[in-house]
Design a protein around this ligand. Structure first.
Ligand SMILES: [Zn+2]
Length: 408
């Protein structure tokens, strides 16, 4: 049995560089503008089913929303009492090296059965981040407590998408010796099977052919991706062929520098176009003892799993590595009604997990039955004895909604 870790990445957002001022005049009929004020902004992913206590407790000071052009959104939360705060939403912009907020919306909420609801449409030209603040009836920051903050959205993009397999550096083959063309075909078939959709095209691209990056990424030697290269998945976004540019990039490297990591992707990729990102996969894995060549089955499953993150899905059970990246230890599982999760491994670190699994194996207990979500594609670890993975119906529904929000 091998256990490898999938990573789900959040874009870190530290607010130290944001200055709380604006050159927008405040209209007289509007309440006072109360700017976001936080050292760290917790991220809200559209249609995320997990309720984060961290988001709830920081929402009035500032949470960060991922919004897309011409998309309709509903934010709601539970509240005690009758006072309905005003929700103010801000865009941020850079000027002379400093970042500023600008008020984008002031929203009155409606209260029903203890839950306040706000609706808005984002009319930005491209996917971006907005920031929240809540204003009480005294025109000061709202200080009441919130629970179960929800952020739902639906947008204008198609639910169908194409794939672009981008071979970065020398192609170093799968353990079953598939060519790039054979691997691409297998990935396309896998996406159609697991996402229950039709993929029109999987393009094949080579890093050396990229108009801007070609000279930096020769095809003569294997490429090792350092997952800390935050911009790396975005480098191969734009191609002369606009259909290829709009496809989801599956960036295939030799291996990822960090041990036991099979692939990585941001949670909710926002866009497949210029400025968007892709998912990173590898033919080889770095382990404690060796560089291990992967089977094509494994590479395909990693591509499908990482794309699940790109489309906005969390791991069924959150690991410590996930919480370390999101800075949010209040979320233990994906919150999705029809996916089970695994309390013994929730928020546990890799070494604890390995000890747990190894001990189970030593005692001859089949570990797969210990975690009821181990057959879900979004289970946080890869166990290669399992070959009957699936997404749940609710997970696929979230993917369908989020595809309408992801620019492509
Ligand atoms: Zn993952």
């Amino acid at each position: 049995m091998k256990i490898f870790v999938f990573l789900q990445l959040f874009t870190l957002c530290v607010a130290a560089v944001l200055a709380g001022c604006s050159n927008e005049p405040t209209a007289p009929d509007r309440s006072k503008t109360v700017f976001p004020d936080a050292n760290f902004f917790y991220d809200m992913i559209p249609n995320d089913a997990a309720f984060s206590d961290s988001v709830a407790s920081h929402f009035a000071n500032g949470a960060r929303l991922r919004v897309s052009p011409n998309s309709s959104y509903t934010i709601s939360f539970e509240i005690a009492g009758e006072e309905v705060p005003e929700l103010q939403l801000f865009r941020s912009y850079e000027k002379n090296g400093s970042w500023y907020y600008q008020l984008a919306r002031s929203l009155k909420g409606s209260l029903e059965n203890g839950r306040v609801t706000y609706n808005f449409i984002c009319e930005e030209n491209s996917p971006t981040f907005w920031f929240t603040s809540l204003v009480g009836s005294d025109n000061e920051r709202y200080t009441g407590s919130l629970k179960k903050v929800s952020f739902e959205g639906e947008g204008m993009y198609s639910q169908s998408f194409n794939l672009n397999l981008v071979v970065v550096g020398e192609y170093t083959y799968t353990s079953d010796s598939l060519s790039v063309e054979q691997l691409a075909k297998k990935i396309k078939d896998g996406f159609e099977k697991y996402y229950k959709t039709k993929i029109d095209t999987i393009f094949i691209s080579y890093s050396s052919e990229h108009p801007e990056q070609g000279r930096n990424f020769s095809q003569n030697r294997p490429y090792v991706a350092d997952q800390m290269e935050g911009k790396f998945p975005a480098l191969f976004n734009v191609w002369p062929d606009s259909k290829k540019s709009a496809a989801l990039d599956l960036i295939l490297v030799h291996r990822i520098e960090q041990k036991n990591v099979l692939g990585f992707s941001e949670i909710f990729g926002m866009g497949m176009l210029d400025g968007g990102r892709g998912v990173v996969i590898a033919t080889h894995q770095t382990t404690d003892f060796a560089i291990v060549q992967q089977s094509s089955e494994s590479v395909v499953m990693v591509a499908i799993h990482e794309s699940g993150h790109f489309f906005g899905l969390r791991h069924t059970t959150q690991t410590k590595a996930d919480a370390d990246v999101s800075h949010d230890f209040s979320v233990k599982e994906d919150g999705i009604g029809d996916t089970p999760w695994c309390p013994p491994i929730a928020l546990k670190g890799e070494s604890v997990d390995l000890a747990y699994f190894n001990r189970r194996k030593l005692f001859g207990v089949n570990v797969f039955f210990d975690c009821p979500d181990s057959r879900n594609v979004m289970y946080p670890y890869d166990m290669d004895e399992i070959d009957d993975f699936s997404f749940s119906a609710d997970q696929l529904e979230i993917v369908r909604k989020n595809l309408t929000l992801i620019a492509h």
